[in-house]
Design a binder for this molecule. Sequence first.
Ligand SMILES: C[S@@+](CC[C@H](N)C(=O)[O-])C[C@H]1O[C@@H](n2cnc3c(N)ncnc32)[C@H](O)[C@@H]1O
Length: 200
Amino acid sequence: MYDTDFWNERYAKDGYLYGREANSFLQDNAGYLCGPVLSLSEGEGRNAVFIASLGLRVLGVDCSEVGLEKARSLATTRGVSIETEVADLAQYDPPADSFGSVVSISAHLPSSIRNRLYPLIEKSLTAGGIVLLEAYSEKQLGNNTGGPKDIDMLMSIEKLRHEFPSLKPILIREVEREVSEGEGHTGLASVVQYIARKEG
Ligand SMILES: C[S@@+](CC[C@H](N)C(=O)[O-])C[C@H]1O[C@@H](n2cnc3c(N)ncnc32)[C@H](O)[C@@H]1O
C-alpha cells in the first residue's frame, strides 16, 4: 500500500509535502542531539537540513529517490551539507556503534520491519547515543489529519518500551498537538514523543 512508487509519486508534485521547516518536536529537543545523526525515512529533507544547520553530520535514509533528490536540493538552497542514501528500511543495515543520534519523525513502518530494524538501531548508537522519535499514535486512527490508516504502523508508549528494550527513556509520552507541517500533516493530531538514551 505505502510502497516506494507511492512515495515517489507523492513527492513528484511541486512543493514540499511536509513543508521545508523541521518537525517542531525535533526543533524543541535539538539540544539532545549528538552527531553523526541517522535520520530514518528522511523524505524531502526538512529534518536533515535542520540537523545539518546545527553543525551536525547527518545521513538521511529513505526509499524514495524523488524525496531525497528534493532533500539535496533543499540543502543546497540552505547552504548546508547532508548525506543521503536510498534504501528500503526492510533491508537496511545501519553500521554498529556509528551514530550519536537516530531521528525518526513520522517514519511509520509495519511491525514486521520494525522488529528487524529497531534492534539494529540500538546497536548502531554509540554509548550515550540518543533515539528521538515522534510518530502518530494508535489514537490517530480516529482523526483525519495525517498518518497511516493501519494500526500496526501507528505507535504507542507500550510499543516503544517493548521495541527499544535496552534504551533508557528520557521522555516518553502521548500527546494531542496541533500539527502544521505542509499539506501532508495538518490539524489536531495524537502523537507519541520519545527521547531515549543508550547507556554505558
Ligand atoms: C510521512 S513521510 C515522513 C517524511 C519525513 N520523515 C518528514 O518528517 O518530513 C514517511 C516517509 O517514509 C518513507 N518510507 C516509507 N516506507 C519506507 C521504507 N520501507 N524504507 C525507507 N523509507 C520508507 C517514505 O518514502 C516517506 O518519505
